[in-house]
Design a protein around this ligand. Sequence first.
Ligand code: AMP
Length: 462
Amino acid sequence: MEVGENTAAALEVATTFAELGLAPEILRALDDMGYSIPTPIQKQAIPLVLAGRDLMAQAQTGTGKTAAFALPLLQKMVAHANTSASPARHPVRALVLTPTRELAIQVHESVVDYNKYLPLRSTVVFGGVDMKAQEADLRGGVEILVATPGRLLDHAGSKMVQLSQVQFLVLDEADRMLDMGFMPDLKRILNLLPTKRQTLLFSATFDDSIVGLAKSFLQNPLKVEVARRNTAAELVEQVVHRVREDDKMDALLRVIKAREISQALVFTRTKIAADKLGRRLQKRGVPTGIIHGDKAQVERLAALDGFKQGKVQLLVATDIAARGLDIVDLPCVFNFELPYAAEDYVHRIGRTGRAGASGLAISLVSPEEERLLVAIRKFINRDLVEAPLPEIAPPRPVAPARPVAADVPANVPTDVKQPDVKQPDVKQPDAERQPRMARPRREPVCALLQPPIKPVPPDQAT
Ligand code: AMP
C-alpha cells in the first residue's frame, strides 16, 4: 500500500454542491444553513468519497472537514434511507470516531443539520454521562453513529450496538486520538468492523504514527490536503498589545469595550490561571465561563452551552480544552497569555476566522513573554503587528449585537500603562483577504442538549 503518493488537487473542479452530485434533500439542507460554496477540502474529498476511495485527509477543524466526509456518506446512504420503525432496518452503516466529547457533539450536530430532510437516523455517544439515554437511541437503530472510542467499546461490550454492518469508518482528528492514547481502543474497535468497508482518516498532521495507523486501517488511500492552519490563519487579523502582566485584565476589558466585542475566547496557559482570570472577570460583572481539563464534564458543557447561547460573553480556556471547539461566528480570540508552544498560537487563533470568515486575534504580551513572541513570529513566518491599546469610543446609542451578553462594566479603566509602541496600523499588510463565505444559520439552542443528555456527577462518570 502506498500512503500519500497520490494527491487529489486536480479533482478540485466542482464549484457548487449541486455539481458535486448531492441529492436534492442534502442540497436543501445546505441551502438552509447558508452554505453556498464548497470549501477546498469539500471540493477535493467529496468526489473521492463518492467514488468509494479510502482517504487520508490533512485538514483541521475549521476547514469544513465535517461536511467533507458527512455529505458524501449521507449521499451514499440515501439508498438505504427508510422510515421503518424496525431497528433491524437501521443498522449502523457509518461510524465516526472522535477524540473528545465536545468534537463528537459538534460532528453529530452537523450530521443532524445535513440529514434533516432524509429519514436516516443518527446519534452520538461519549463518556462522562449516563449510558441509559444513549442505550435507548442505540436500541432503536441508527445508520450514523458518532462516538468517542471508550464509550463505544462500553456499548459494544454490553451488546447495545452491533458494528458488523459498518460500511464507512471515519477517524476524525486521528492525530489527537493517538496523542490521547486511543490506539489500543481503536484496534479493538477495528476488530468489530467488517474488513470490507471504506475508511476516511482526518488529521492535522501526517507524521509516522499516522502513517502507521493508516497502514492498519486504510486500503490504498488517496491523500488530500488543504491549507495548513498557518495559512488559514491569514484570514485572521492579528494584533499584539504590549502590556505589563498586572495590567492585562484591565487591558482585556478595555479592548473589548473599545472594539465592542460581543464574545471572545480568552486563552491562558494553565488551569490555575484560567480559574483565577475567570473569577476576577466574574467579580467585575463580566459574564464569564471557564473551561479546562479539571472541570467536570457537567461544568464544561454548561460553560460551552452558555457561550454558544450568548449568555456568556467571555469563555476563558486552556489550550487542550479549547482544541476542536467549533463555535460558530466567534469574532475574537484573546491570548491573555502567550502559549509556550508556538504551534498552539496557530491552533488558538484558528478558533476565529472559520471557513472563510474573517476573525480577530489579540495578544496581550508582557515583557516576560518576549521570547515566546519571537518564537511565534518565527513559527508563523510573519511579523505580528504591534499596536497601542485602543481608545474607548464615546458611548453610542446603539443596541448591543447580542442582547443577552452583558456589556463590559462602565468602570473599565482607560489608563493602562504600556510601553511606547509605534506602528499604529493594526491590519496585517500581507494578509490575503478571501471572500467572506456564507455562515451557517444555527438555532441559538445549543446542540449539546440534543439528544437530551443526562449528566451524572463526575464521580459516577465512566
Ligand atoms: P469544520 O471544519 O467541519 O469544523 O467546519 C467549520 C465551520 O465551517 C462549521 O461551522 C461549518 O458549519 C462551517 N462550514 C462548513 N462548510 C461550509 C461551507 N461550505 N460554507 C460555509 N460554512 C461552512
